[in-house]
Design a binder for this molecule. Sequence first.
Ligand code: NAD
Length: 282
Amino acid sequence: MPIQRVGVVGAGTMGNGIAHVFARSAYDVVLCDVEQRFLDRGLGMIARNLDREVAKNKLTAADKDAALGRITPVLDRAKLAGCDFVVEAASEKFEIKSEIFRDLDRTLKAEVILASNTSSISITRLAALTNRPDKVIGMHFFNPVPVMKLVEVIRGLATSQSTFDAVRDLSLKLEKTPVEVNDAPGFVSNRVLMPLLNEAMYAVMEGVATPQAVDEVFKLGMAHPMGPLTLADFIGLDVCLDIMRVMHDGLGDPKYRPCPLLVKMVDAGWLGRKSGRGFYTY
Ligand SMILES: NC(=O)c1ccc[n+]([C@@H]2O[C@H](COP(=O)([O-])OP(=O)(O)OC[C@H]3O[C@@H](n4cnc5c(N)ncnc54)[C@H](O)[C@@H]3O)[C@@H](O)[C@H]2O)c1
C-alpha cells in the first residue's frame, strides 16, 4: 500500500521531530496529542527547527511553509483513521502505549503498519495486543530527529518481512539510515550506551573522578562529542533509570544494575538538564 498520510501519536520531543521529518519529505502528517497546549508546543518547535534549516540554506522559506502546511494537529485520535502508516511516540509508559495500540488496531485499516518509537518497551509485547502483530514494528528515531541519521528498525517476533521492508524504505525516503535490530531489552543503542553512562555514574559515586573529569576523558580520549554524564543529563536521568531497569529486569544480569547514585538523584528530583540539576547545574 503506498504511504502518503502518516499519523504521529505524541507531539513531544520525539513526536514533533518525527512529524517534522515526514512533512519535510512531502508526507501529509496528522499529529495527535492529548492536550492543545502540547500540540501548540510541538508545532512551535517544528516551526523553529524549520527556521534553523532555512537559515542554514538547507530549505527555502517556501519549503518551510509547505512542510508546516502538511501537518494537521488533532486531539481526537479517531482522526488518524485515514492514515496509511502510524508511528507512536507517546510517553514511555506501557499502560499508555498499550491503550493506544489496542485503540489504533480497532480504528486503522487492516493493512496499516503500526510502529512505535519506544526506547525500551518490547515490540513483541505491543504487537501481541493487536490483531495485526505481523504489522507492528519498532521505528526508533534519535534526538534531535531532524538531525540524527539513524533509525533503529526493530523486528518483533511476529513482524513480517514486508512490514520490515516497508519501514526500511520509509526510513530511506526520510533520508535516514535504517539499521536492522531484533527485539530485545534496550535494542542495540541503549543496551550498549546505557551501561556506559551507568558505569560513568559508578565512577563518580566511588570518587574515582569528578563528573567533569569523566566527561573530559571521553571527549578528549575517545572523541565523543559530549561526555557520558553530560549526555545522561541531556537524555534525562529518569529516562536513563527507566531504561536500566528495563534491561536489568529483562536480561536478568546484575551488570545492568542501576547505579545507586542515579536512583538517589532521581528520587531527589534531579533529572538533568530539564529539571535544572543533574550531574551539572543548568
Ligand atoms: N527523548 C529521547 O531522547 C528519545 C529518543 C528515542 C526514543 N524516545 C521515545 O520516544 C517516545 C516519546 O518520548 P519523548 O521524549 O518525545 O517524550 P515527551 O514526554 O517529550 O512526549 C510525549 C508526548 O506524548 C503525549 N502523550 C501521552 N499520552 C498520549 C496519548 N494517549 N495520546 C497521544 N499523546 C500522548 C504527551 O502529552 C507528550 O506530549 C518514548 O517512547 C521514548 O522512549 C525518546
